[in-house]
Design a protein around this ligand. Structure first.
Ligand code: HEM
Length: 221
């Protein structure tokens, strides 16, 4: 039981940290919506350079990688454990409901993990570990053109939009459930966490999905 509670805490803390990460990542990526004539390339590449060199951001990046690994590991363990219990003895209504949500959260989490692997190999790996990336006219790594080029391809746009659908459903449950696991939300405040969670899980993935669609239709030109 103690291990179960520790795991629930770790799942919640890492999940809520990833929610913060997504908010910051979105704020930075919204610069991709700046029209090219207004200096989008220069601004985005300067921002990308700052994000990969600033020591505070570096620490936050490491915390992000740790949170992804921890969240995947701990939630996978909890999901498998819930399934094992369901298949053996625990046949109460409560454990059935729990295992149902943990089952669909597990599937959504797996889809999101697959998306993160594709996403990191598309951008992060190329920018950090290869020489494939060109320089912009100001001598900075041209991350902006790499992203714009990627979303000229409809298949990539579709992958991103579908993944944002999975993030919507995953955070719709995960947001309020995380605060509940930490004991922050009580029976009185639960409905407010649910409302904030609903707004978060709608707005963040919608804005993320807007970026590839906007670039695909060349609205930045
Ligand atoms: C339109 C949507 C998105 C765009 C255009 C985008 C763009 C990028 C780019 C360009 C990088 C590499 C930055 C660099 O290393 O210089 C990056 C890194 C990353 N992205 Fe995204 N991203 C998007 C959505 C997402 C989503 C939805 C997630 C998570 C589910 C995500 C997770 C990450 C992570 C974990 C990194 C590594 C961050 C770090 O090293 O600190 N991204 N993204």
């Amino acid at each position: 039981m103690k291990l179960y509670i520790i795991n629930k805490y770790l799942a919640a803390l890492s999940g809520l940290f990833l929610i913060l990460f997504l908010t910051g990542h979105l704020a930075g990526n919204l610069q991709l919506l700046i029209p090219e004539d207004y200096g989008a390339q220069k601004q985005f590449n300067e921002y990308a350079e700052f994000m990969s060199t600033n020591p505070v951001v570096k620490v936050l990046s490491i915390l992000t990688y740790i949170s992804i690994v921890l969240h995947v590991g701990v939630t996978a363990y909890l999901t498998i454990d819930a399934r094992r219990k369901r298949e053996t003895r625990y046949k109460t209504v409560r454990s059935k409901t729990n295992s149902l949500s943990s089952r669909y959260m597990g599937i959504l989490g797996t889809v999101i993990l697959a998306f993160i692997i594709i996403h990191l190999s598309n951008f992060w790996y190329k920018a950090k570990f290869t020489d494939e990336i060109m320089k912009d006219p100001f001598g900075k790594k041209d991350i902006y053109s790499m992203v714009v080029d990627k979303f000229k391809n409809i298949e990539h746009v579709l992958v991103y939009v579908m993944a944002m659908g999975a993030i919507f459903l995953h955070t719709l449950h995960g947001f309020s459930s995380g605060f509940q696991s930490l004991g922050v939300s009580t029976s009185k405040t639960r409905k407010y966490f649910k409302i904030i969670g609903m707004i978060y899980s709608l707005v963040i993935p919608l804005l993320f999905a807007l970026i590839p669609i906007y670039l695909f239709f060349g609205l930045h030109k």
